[in-house]
Design a protein around this ligand. Structure first.
Ligand code: IPM
Ligand code: MG
Length: 405
């Protein structure tokens, strides 16, 4: 199940001011989204747009997914279900039973984003984020793949110097259903001297570490063959066990090189010399933090897709960014992280590599042509909104329709 997301980026940047870009048009033409053939393979997709920019980026990703897949003879049946704040408003809970059931019964789940100011002060069990955590746990998707690839076209959008960012291509494998996110005991209480206390537990069982470690090693095999396991074994017992188990599992993979790094050092090394990393294997909370840091190397968190998987059963595919309520409904969001998540859905979730490649190629082509949403804009490029980015992706897929992938 664990293959590397490989993006065949072209080594040039068409975004310099000297390059002529297509004239902006207030009403870009619509591309016909039908391949004209009846699909030979059909899949059920649970579509969970969620909150904020979620519905906007999901709408774009769905069109792109449909078109690219149709060219490979693939058709989809979608079931759209509420999650997060949208579900709270509709049903009073962030993950209705019907949504979890639809997700479990699907072949793959495409998820947008959750959260918003409106629900910020809700108690923990009624926060939109709780819905996402329940979904991950309910599906048992323990391995979260978060690739961070610096596209040559976006090197200048990175906050890091060109020579540091250029060529970065790493994969964070984050444990997703254990650790401090789910550990017991947790809660609030009052101490003996009457002070309020909030507490959580970082806990890992050996088999939880073993199975995610195997995903990382398998992944590394299809990449550069290097795993860096990140922990805090100088302080935390759960990390001491983590390091012991990862080292034991490494014996099954003599062809993969294993190193260990403390998380504070890893955060520093990601900024100092990110190219040293191939596959980073880490726990739930360190993976949450390090993947956000890694996203900045690529120019924007709006570029990073993810796949959450288990041994069998449907995978969950979502951008790593949040719901960005500040720009929701303004057609400003970058849909590429969700579009690339749809490519991961095809590749990792359905084993439909060719359709995935069509999407990845369209993303590169559209960036090559200079189209940028605000978050990745740099001088000389053509600024577009979420919808127009989607239309450019469809045009690109259309124009490469006859290409063999
Ligand atoms: C992520 C997010 C989530 C997490 C939140 C929304 C619960 O930050 O997917 O990285 O902490 O896992
Ligand atoms: Mg996060």
């Amino acid at each position: 199940m664990a293959a590397a997301l490989h993006l065949n980026a072209k080594p040039f940047n068409l975004c310099s001011p000297s390059i002529r870009l297509p004239k902006s048009s207030p009403s870009p033409f619509r591309v016909k989204c039908s391949a004209g053939t009846s699909p030979s393979r059909r899949y059920n997709i649970a579509l969970l747009p969620g909150d904020g920019i979620g519905p906007e980026v999901i709408a774009v990703a769905k069109d792109v997914l449909n078109f690219a897949a149709s060219l490979e003879g693939i058709g989809f049946d979608y079931k759209e279900m509420p999650v997060g704040g949208a579900a709270l408003d509709l049903t009073g809970v962030p993950l209705p039973d019907e949504t979890l059931l639809a997700a479990k019964e699907s072949d793959a789940i495409l998820f947008g984003a959750i959260g918003g100011y409106k629900w910020d002060d809700n108690p923990k069990h009624l926060k939109p984020e709780t819905g996402l955590l329940q979904l991950r746990k309910g599906l048992g998707v323990f391995a979260n793949l978060r690739p961070a690839t610096v596209f040559p076209q976006l090197v200048d959008a990175s906050t890091l110097k060109r020579e540091v960012a250029e060529g970065v291509d790493l994969m964070v494998v984050r444990e997703l259903t254990g650790g401090i996110y789910f550990g017991q005991p947790r809660g609030f209480k009052t101490s003996e001297n009457g002070e309020e206390i909030g507490f959580n537990t970082e806990v890992y069982a050996a088999q939880e570490i073993d199975r995610v470690a195997r995903v990382a090693f398998n992944n590394a095999r299809k990449r550069q063959g290097r795993v860096c396991s990140v922990d805090k074994a100088n302080v935390l017992e759960a990390s001491i066990l983590w390091r012991k188990r990862v080292t034991a599992i490494a014996a099954e993979y003599p062809d993969v090189e294993l190193s260990h790094m403390y998380v504070d050092n890893a955060a520093m090394q990601l900024i100092r010399e990110p190219k040293q990393f191939d596959t980073i294997l880490t726990n739930n909370i360190f993976g949450d933090i390090l993947s956000d840091a890694a996203s900045m190397i690529t120019g924007s968190i709006g570029m990073l897709p993810s796949a959450s998987l288990r041994e069998s059963g449907p995978g969950l595919f979502e951008p790593i960014h949040g719901s960005a309520p500040d720009i929701a409904g303004q057609d400003k969001a970058n849909p590429l992280a969700t579009v690339l998540s749809a490519a991961m859905l095809l590749k990792y979730g359905l084993g439909e590599e060719n359709a995935a490649k069509r999407i990845e190629a369209a993303v590169l082509d559209t960036l090559d042509k200079g189209f940028r949403t605000g978050d990745i804009y740099s001088a000389g490029c053509k600024r577009v909104g979420c919808k127009e980015m989607g239309e450019e992706l469809l045009k690109s897929i259309e124009s490469h329709k006859l290409a063999t992938v």
